[in-house]
Design a protein around this ligand. Structure first.
Ligand code: SF4
Ligand code: SF4
Length: 292
């Protein structure tokens, strides 16, 4: 059995994506979880993972200059497109992109490329199932590659546990990390808020999914705060062939649950919790039947 992979995206921050994702994790039957927001992860605040294994993630390589061998010829300074080596041959590590050009042109063999630890990958247990997640170290880039590590970790966990669903909390935006998170998923759920910027974030996320031939589904969160905008978003989605689910209501339970570090569906059985339960049933109908 191959697990179905569902990516939860928003296209912009602040739509309540993580609130939705955490409750889906609570509602699914023994899912595998993946937090692909490696720059500023926050799913762990609600799921309280206990780390079982971890390994370092090696990002871009870093140039190192051996001052004893260097004759200050200046070739490395001239070839570096990232201005990482000054005229007096001082390396700025934060600017080095690991392209290796300087090590190739150096006539003295004074430059060596070394691995640089850019982050950490974790496999943790949560009260809902195993979770793959990661943390990029301060000042490091290449988070798309780290997201791929999290994804392959979650695939391995699904295979080991025979899980039916992998639920993936996507990174914000539509850049390299989002594209990595999108790779090979069965469907995307876009969580939108009923504002103009919410509509723009939604359309960016849907267009990204469609660009990679991934079916998109959508739900408007806190819909009654602006029902007219919610309607505009839903109509746009339907025009794009996006499956639109029942709206989620504004409910202070979202904040109360966050403060209590619990998911909404664990916190109470109010309007939002009921909406989330309905949402998971609707998602399963589409994911397990239509995309089977
Ligand atoms: S290319 Fe090599 S020898 Fe020349 S300045 Fe750079 S490190 Fe020194
Ligand atoms: S590896 Fe590339 S980016 Fe880094 S210092 Fe050398 S030339 Fe510049």
């Amino acid at each position: 059995m191959t697990a179905k992979r569902l990516l939860v995206m928003s296209g912009k921050g602040g739509t309540g994506k993580t609130t939705v994702m955490a409750s889906l994790a609570a509602l699914a039957d023994e899912p595998i979880l993946a937090d692909c927001d490696v720059d500023a992860p926050d799913l762990h605040l609600l799921l309280d993972p206990e780390v079982r294994e971890s390994h370092e993630y090696l990002g871009l390589q870093l140039a190192t200059i051996d001052d004893l061998l260097c004759t200050k010829c200046g070739s490395c300074h001239q070839v570096c497109r990232y201005d990482a080596i000054s005229e007096d041959i001082i390396l700025d590590e934060t600017s080095c992109e690991g392209c290796t050009a300087c090590s190739i042109v150096c006539p003295e063999g004074a430059i060596t490329m070394v691995d640089r630890v850019a982050g950490d990958v974790f496999v943790s247990s949560t009260r809902f199932g195993p979770m793959a997640h990661a943390k990029l170290r301060a000042g490091e880039e290449a988070s798309g590659k780290l997201v791929m590590e999290v994804r392959s970790c979650s695939d391995r966990l699904a295979w080991e546990h025979g899980s039916e669903h992998i639920l993936i909390d996507g990174p914000p935006g539509i850049g390299c990390p989002a594209i990595s998170a999108l790779s090979g998923v069965d469907a995307v759920l876009v969580v939108a808020e009923p504002t103009l910027s919410g509509r723009q974030g939604m359309s960016r996320a849907v267009e990204l999914a469609h660009h990679f031939d991934v079916p998109a589904m959508a739900v408007v969160n806190r819909a009654e705060l602006n029902p007219e905008e919610a309607t505009v978003i839903e109509e746009w989605c339907r025009d794009q062939g996006v499956e639109v689910f029942d709206r989620l209501p504004y409910d202070t339970a979202a904040t109360d649950a966050m403060m209590a570090r619990r998911t909404v569906v664990e916190h109470d059985d109010g309007p939002l919790a009921q909406g989330l339960r309905r949402l998971w049933v609707q998602i399963q109908d589409v994911l397990d039947v239509r995309y089977d």
